[in-house]
Design a protein around this ligand. Structure first.
Ligand code: B12
Length: 224
């Protein structure tokens, strides 16, 4: 693999944000994700490759080590911070040149859930495909989703959940939205979510990744 991508992946794994960051101590004075993402772009590496071959792979490794109790919440937070610093450089490349948006998607992580890395990635890729993204953030209540749907007539809704304990809040959110706006399409995603679960709670679509969401939006959702 390309040397820059390899270092970038390692910096996500270790939570190395930038050269000034004293964390982790054994990487003091070395480039972090901030510098390396910029260097990768300058070296002509495609933003999609930076994302999929370095950042996502690095974060997957963090996930495995966290599950195995080799690292803990603060380590994961630093990894998330490092990933976010790199994503700042990639964001402009995923922005669409199209002036007219294809439609609007209101997206958020459901009530009780603070995980936002996946949702941000999905948002960036969707935005890059020409849709306007209204990101409500994390820990979003069904009421807040409904208010946003009221404010964006004709929008699609995207729900993210990373915890089995918060997945259940997707059902309440779908029901709350559809009770007032039955025609609004809802797409759901996140590591514990499945197609069967989506069908069970009355969501219109499930995608395991951003690209599936884009395909659904472009083929099955009428632009507003
Ligand atoms: C980073 C992380 C954190 C960070 C979050 C930082 C942040 N800003 O997001 C912090 C440290 C805060 C955290 C906290 C917790 N976490 Co956590 N966390 C993770 C970790 C390691 C990575 C998640 C991640 O960002 N993955 C990378 C992104 C790119 O992947 P993704 O989110 O799955 O998103 C992709 C797809 O799912 C999809 N997608 C996601 N959303 C959507 C939405 C739509 C509409 C679509 C179409 C697609 C889609 O597209 C994305 C890109 O491909 C995972 C382990 C893992 N491997 O998943 C645990 C994990 C999710 N956490 C877990 C736990 C238990 C917790 C805590 C309860 C820990 C604790 N004891 O405090 C708390 C809960 C806090 C809360 N209330 O939310 C468990 C969940 C277990 C479960 N099944 O319920 C996991 C699986 C770790 C584990 N193996 O135990 N966590």
């Amino acid at each position: 693999m390309n040397e820059i991508l390899e270092s970038l992946q390692r910096c996500v794994e270790r939570g190395k944000v930038n050269i000034k960051s004293p964390y982790p101590p054994d990487m003091k004075g070395q480039d972090g994700t901030d510098e390396l993402a910029r260097k990768a772009l300058e070296a002509g590496i495609a933003p999609q490759d930076i994302l999929s071959k370095a950042l996502i792979v690095g974060m997957q490794k963090v996930g495995v080590r966290f599950r195995n109790k080799e690292i803990f919440v603060p380590d994961v937070l630093m990894a998330a911070k490092a990933m976010a610093a790199a994503m700042e450089h990639l964001k402009p490349f995923f922005k669409s040149d199209e002036l007219k948006h294809k439609g609007t998607i209101v997206i958020g992580t459901v009530l009780g859930d603070l995980h936002d890395i996946g949702k941000k990635l999905v948002s960036m890729v969707i935005e890059g495909s020409g849709w306007e993204v209204v990101d409500l953030g994390t820990d979003v209540s069904p009421d807040k989703f409904l208010k946003a749907v009221d404010e964006h007539p004709g929008c699609v809704v995207g729900l993210s959940a990373l915890l089995t304990t918060t997945m259940v809040n997707m059902e309440a959110t779908v029901q709350h939205i559809k009770s007032k706006h039955p025609a609004v399409k809802v797409i759901i995603g996140g590591a514990p979510v499945t197609e069967e679960f989506a069908a069970k709670i009355g969501a219109d679509y499930y995608s395991p990744d951003p690209q599936g969401a884009v395909e659904f939006l472009n083929t099955r959702c009428t632009p507003n």
